[in-house]
Design a protein around this ligand. Structure first.
Ligand code: C2E
Ligand code: CA
Ligand code: CA
Length: 727
């Protein structure tokens, strides 16, 4: 009869010896009376080692939870079974997570006779679970990367006393950046920091470089360690095993390494632990990368890479605190590029963007450590320069202007950029970032209105002027809405003996209840800046057409009306529809309306502007180029545009009598008109002498005080009625 069968039954203890579980029988005082061989395999204790001792005494170790042990002992008196999970230690010191199920066995008198314990090794799943729980909660709590990785190392070392763990990051330039190695002295991290990853740079350097795990059983002799092993050997480290930590995209983010005190390779357990760690390290490092990217996005301007307003504000706040403590000054420079919009409109956004990037680079090149430069919006830059007097700030601003205005090409143009700079000083002009920026902005605005290309320091008086301007803007808003605006009409007549009426130009008039008449040369640009120009343009078009319709009905012989529109009006997609509707409503034909625009509108590259120009022309409404001769139009451009009239700028007319060059320019403009079959209107003709020169040069049409001032509708009717009848 085989030994594993007793009395026809299997030999139970022989069978139980084959279980993977550790099974233990204790007496009522919890002392071991029997263990199976599974117990010896799991913990290394033989029956001789274990008999007569309490398992909780010899299995507990440094990281065993004392409360759970206490609880287990308390269970003895309850006479009930229990189940628990516990970190214990094998005889050789290796930690193990076990799940213990313990049941009392009663004698016939219902006294506890034995305790039967079944222990299962759950190290792997438990380690997984424990590490995940701790590390993920640290990540969720937004703990710094270094802390999270240190936690991982410590957890590993808890279950693996024979090893030391370390995590190293790899930066964008392939350099090693130690992140966590809580059990190694700091000098080691200092030594490694900044090393370029490579095949001969220890286990971590070569794992980071190759993207493969690297095993070095003997760092003293391993060729990859030759120039690195001394400090490690000095600590007693003999071997190292390093694996690359990879991100979702497969990129090596860093390395996770185990160092050993003896020449050896990782065992099965180490492989499993490392697997969990690599996953967690990748998670933490990816998250950090994402956080850095978000930081970059939320604090930096994507076009130029400069700090944005948020970052500028927080940096300058710090700067001001420091300056207040040191009793020193800070200069705040507000830089705005002159005529940037023209580049953007005529050369396209790509060229505009390239220009901004180049200018940002130039601004940065003149700065010292500690200076801050940011792009606020569009073509607006701000700089904060600590520890400078107003005079030094002026010198710096001079240098910046010189640097900015070096020629460069944008699209098809060679530009010499020019900037307007406003300066506000801390603490004289403001105590906080907001007021300093606002005041520097006001000063910049003044620089701009004085013609640009200059530096202006903020003053209190400027602030008042700005307040007044704001008040005026509000008044204009009110005026547009409450009908304080009117149109006057200035006749344009043929420059022949008949002097027949060609048309009238509608010109805006605004009488402010307190200030009196305000010139459109003042309030039209204001309306453009404060967003009122769209409304204003529509109002003018509708009013002029309504007036024309009225004259038409009453037989007043005004052949057409010219209306001035701004560049911004041409950016409104529905402009042609609007014009069409107004004409329809007033019962006018398209040739009774003419639209005056400046050259820059015509040169615009914006598709919506070009589409509008085209659509208006196709409707039959004529286009006229205002202030011709002052802009950049080239002949080659002109002949492609659907225009029918040029308005010779007043400045030429004014100088006609005395200036040879004004006469020459006028002549050439008239010849351009002739060759393109465009009518030319001379504006601002004030006297007979000017008229005579223009007549000798064959100019078609006259407009100016010599003919008539702009007139109210009523006065214009009178003027018309006093003209000798033509025919
Ligand atoms: P502009 O379109 O060049 O208008 C001609 C300006 O010259 C008018 O000034 C007119 O009153 C003035 N003027 C006419 N004849 C003479 C003259 O013989 N001598 C002198 N020295 N000046 C003369 P105003 O009405 O003050 O308008 C100034 C500017 O305001 C206009 O220049 C135009 O750019 C703008 N503007 C006027 N009305 C409107 C409008 O309805 N919409 C838009 N967008 N702009 C307008
Ligand atoms: Ca005009
Ligand atoms: Ca004009």
């Amino acid at each position: 009869m085989p030994s594993y069968v007793a009395d026809g039954e299997p030999d139970v203890s022989w069978v139980i010896d084959h279980s993977d579980n550790a099974i233990v029988v204790c007496d009522e005082a919890a002392r071991v009376t029997w263990i199976n061989q599974g117990f010896t395999r799991m913990f290394g204790y033989t029956p001789e080692d274990a008999l007569g001792r309490r398992p909780s005494d010899f299995l507990a170790g440094p990281h065993t939870d004392p409360e759970t042990v206490e609880w287990v002992r308390g269970q003895l008196h309850t006479q009930q079974g229990y189940r628990t999970e516990l970190l214990v230690y094998a005889k050789n010191g290796v930690p193990l997570w076990i799940s213990a199920v313990v049941n009392p066995v009663f004698d016939p008198e219902r006294n506890v006779r034995y305790l039967l314990g079944v222990y299962t090794d759950i190290t792997h799943s438990k380690l997984h679970e424990e590490m995940h729980r701790k590390v993920l909660s640290a990540i969720v709590r937004e703990q710094p990367l270094q802390e999270v990785l240190t936690l991982i190392c410590r957890e590993v070392e808890k279950v693996m006393p024979e090893a030391v763990a370390s995590v190293i990051g790899v930066d964008d330039y392939g350099r090693l950046r130690p992140l966590a190695s809580p059990s190694l002295p700091d000098q080691i991290a200092t030594l490694i920091d900044g090393e370029l990853a490579g095949p001969m740079v220890g286990a971590c350097g070569s794992a980071a470089w190759s993207g493969q795990p690297v095993e070095c059983r003997d760092i003293e002799r391993d060729p990859r360690w030759q120039s690195h092993n001394a400090p490690f050997l000095a600590l007693g480290i003999r071997a190292c095993w390093s694996s690359p930590v990879k991100g979702n995209d497969g990129r090596v983010l860093g390395t996770f390494a185990l160092y050993y005190w003896e020449n050896r390779a990782p065992d099965e357990f180490h492989l499993r632990v490392a697997d969990v760690c690599l996953h967690l390290c990748a998670l933490a490092m990816e998250r950090e990368r994402e956080r850095a990217r978000m930081h970059q996005l939320s604090f930096f301007d994507t076009l130029t890479g400069l700090p944005n307003r948020a970052l500028f504000n927080s940096k300058v706040e710090q700067m001001l605190l420091g300056a207040a403590r040191r009793d020193s000054q800070v200069a705040l420079l507000f830089v705005d590029i002159d005529r940037f919009k023209i580049v953007n409109d005529t050369q396209g956004h790509t060229a505009g963007d390239a220009l901004l990037r180049e200018l940002a680079k130039r601004l940065g090149s003149e700065l010292r450590d500690g200076d801050v430069v940011a792009r606020l919006a569009g073509d607006e830059f701000v700089l904060a320069i600590p520890d400078r007097t107003a005079e030094e700030a002026a010198n710096l601003a001079d240098r910046l202007m010189a640097r900015l205005s070096e020629p460069l090409s944008a699209g098809r143009m060679i530009l010499t950029p020019q900037a307007s700079v406003g300066v506000a000083m801390f603490p004289t002009d403001g105590w906080d970032v907001d007021s300093l920026v606002r005041h520097a902005d006001i000063a910049m605005y003044r620089a701009k209105s004085e013609g640009g290309g200059r530096i202006v320091f903020y003053s209190l008086e400027m602030n008042q002027a700005m307040q007044e301007r704001l008040a005026l803007e509000n008044a204009l808003r009110e005026a547009v809405r409450s009908g304080q605006l009117r149109l006057h009409y200035q006749p344009q007549v043929a420059l022949d003996d008949d002097a027949s009426l060609h048309g009238v130009e509608a010109l805006l008039r605004w009488r402010h209840p307190e200030i009196g008449e305000i010139s459109p040369a003042t309030f039209v640009p204001m309306a453009e800046e404060c967003g009122l120009i769209d409304e204003l343009g529509r109002w003018t078009l509708e009013e002029a057409c309504t007036q024309m319709a009225d004259w038409r009905r009453r037989g007043v012989p005004v052949p057409r009306v010219s209306v001035n529109l701004s560049a911004i009006n041409f950016e409104q997609q529905d402009l042609p529809t609007f014009i069409g509707n107004v004409l329809g409503k007033c019962g006018l034909s398209p040739d009774e309306l003419m639209v005056e625009v400046t050259e820059s509108v015509m040169l615009a590259q914006k598709p919506e502007v070009l589409a509008n120009i085209d659509a208006i022309h196709r409707m039959g409404v004529s286009l006229s180029i205002d202030d011709f001769g002052t802009g950049y139009s080239s002949l080659s451009h002109l002949h492609r545009l659907p225009i029918s009239e040029l308005k010779l700028d007043m400045s030429f007319v004014r100088d006609l009598e005395h200036s040879e060059s004004a006469r020459a320019l006028t002549t050439s403009i008239l010849r351009i008109g002739e060759s393109l079959s465009l009518k030319v209107v001379a504006e601002g003709v004030e006297n007979a002498a000017q008229r005579a020169v223009l007549a000798s040069l064959n100019c078609d049409l006259l407009q100016g005080y010599y003919v008539s001032r702009p007139l109210s509708p009523h006065s214009l009717e009178r003027w018309v009625s006093l003209q000798p009848p033509t025919e």
